[in-house]
Design a protein around this ligand. Structure first.
Ligand code: NAI
Length: 448
């Protein structure tokens, strides 16, 4: 089944990182019909409107969007597209998971918390005006409906994902009416979830705790402004804005976007870290129920981060946006599935593989060429192996029938175990070595 998704490249590094996310999602095999639409400065320049009706209509129809960051010039009178989008689509919950990744050196390991930020109220309603030359006022709006709704979202999320604690963040000692109402609503909703531990923290006090013991926190439930600030702070705790994904979720749809902005200092230079946008794409796939593809992309991203050789400069590497994306796509395509899944792919392949598997013994024993497939069964003893360049017209699948081995594809090494399949893109140099008593595998070269 195909999904329809609105794609907003946005401004600055947006087009670069959304293109990366789209490439990775497409490489996962999920079928998506992308509807590319304008928003932000790009839309203002092209059609004189930073949030064209056509873009809003598309999201209302598809109900799901992947959005690059959009620029909001400071003090220009130009209202933030993000705020307008969240309000007009009632995307009331902003969800930002914050996790440590192996390979990214930070002062803390094992951080695993989730920010649930109210997205439509607070100082972000945009009611402010200049009184005179000496001053201006802005309104902080808090409603019972908005506060209860976000609190329920946070507890439901915690319950569904088996999280232990929800911590409401506030400054009710100063903002008695507004934060006081928020807190009262959180307490009321918490009463309906006795299985989840409920805590409260003053927003300023939380700052000190967060930079000393971030592992103490699980789900943070915050009004809009505090949530905005803690999103960036927590992103900083685990490696910076380049790795922090996010989602804006409402009852009728969702917009997935990274925490970071347009990064004008590195825009157009192929330097942006695509991870945050790719992980936002993972959240999008989970929202669409595509859990298998989401899991495979997450694993591919995590392994590229853990190895650290193909990461962008913000993570201490020397790779580019496209270089890191290439590595993630390659890793995704090399992700091993079960041999059975491959064998089920087509009955003709099944027959050929069965015949080859039945005939295998040491050495190359069987080779059948058809219009589309060339199969070879190979067996090696300890340490033995082969190096080859895969035919530029064929992708190669390596199906491991028995034993253990190592495959090196374009300089990257992966373990091979019986029952797994490795994918080698066409034209790539690959090396396979037995790692143990015996390795028996089939190669299937297929034209695609
Ligand atoms: P920013 O997030 O764009 O940049 C802050 C710093 O982080 C910069 O040094 C930038 O180079 C770095 N950075 C951000 N993303 C990165 C990535 N993927 N890889 C490597 N480095 C990265 O925040 P800033 O400068 O405050 O805002 C710039 C513009 O973005 C403003 O117009 C702002 O309104 C807009 N913005 C848009 C957002 C959205 O559309 N969701 C969110 C935040 C800001």
């Amino acid at each position: 089944m195909s999904h329809e998704v609105t794609l907003i490249p946005g401004d600055g590094i947006g087009p670069e990182v959304t293109a990366a996310a789209r490439r990775v999602i497409d490489a996962s095999g999920v079928s998506i019909i992308w509807h590319e639409k304008l928003a932000g400065q790009a839309a203002a320049d092209a059609v004189g409107d930073p949030l064209p009706d056509d873009t809003l209509e598309s999201i209302k129809r598809t109900r799901v969007a992947l959005k690059g960051p959009t620029g909001t010039p400071v003090g220009s009178g130009f209202r933030s597209i993000n705020v307008a989008l969240r309000q007009s689509l009632e995307l009331y919950a902003n969800l930002r998971p914050v996790r440590s990744y192996r390979g990214i050196r930070t002062p803390f390991e094992d951080v695993d918390l989730v920010i649930v930020r109210e997205n439509t109220e607070d100082l972000y309603v945009g009611i402010e005006h200049q009184v005179d030359d000496l001053g201006a006022v802005g309104f902080k709006i808090t409603t019972r409906k908005g506060s209860e709704r976000i609190a329920r979202f946070a507890f439901e999320y915690a319950k569904r994902l088996g999280r232990r604690t929800v911590t409401a963040v506030h400054k009710a000692n100063i903002f008695n009416a507004s934060d006081g109402l928020f807190l009262a609503c959180c307490r009321r909703v918490a009463g309906a979830y006795p299985e989840i531990d409920y805590q409260e923290r003053l927003v300023d006090n939380l700052a000190a705790q967060m930079i000393r013991r971030p592992r103490d926190f699980d789900v943070l439930l915050l009004p809009n402004l505090y949530g905005d600030i803690y999103s960036d702070l927590c992103a900083g705790l685990v490696g910076g804005l380049g790795v922090a994904p996010g989602a804006n979720i409402g009852e009728h749809g969702a917009v997935f976007e990274a925490v970071h902005g347009t990064a004008p200092d590195i825009a157009g230079k192929n330097l942006a870290n695509p991870t945050a946008m790719i992980l936002s794409g993972v959240m999008l796939l989970e929202y669409l129920g595509e859990f298998d593809a989401a899991g495979r992309i997450r694993a591919a991203v995590e392994s590229v981060l853990a190895e650290g050789w193909a990461v962008t400069r913000d993570l201490g590497g020397e790779s580019t946006t496209t270089g890191m994306t290439d590595a993630i796509v390659r890793r995704l395509e090399t992700t091993r599935g079960s041999a059975q899944a491959l064998l089920d792919e087509s009955s003709r392949v099944v027959d050929l593989v069965r015949a080859a598997a039945a005939a295998h013994h040491d050495g190359t024993v069987w080779n059948a060429a058809t219009d589309e497939f060339v199969l070879t069964a190979v067996s090696y003893r300890d340490g033995g192996g082969s190096t080859s360049h895969v035919n530029p017209e064929f992708d190669q699948l390596v199906v491991v029938l028995e034993g253990e081995g190592i495959i090196e594809i374009a300089g990257e090494r992966y373990p091979l175990h019986a029952g797994e399949v490795a994918y080698v893109p066409k034209g790539t140099r690959r090396q396979i070595r037995a790692d143990g008593e015996r390795l028996v595998y089939l190669t299937i070269n297929r034209k695609r």
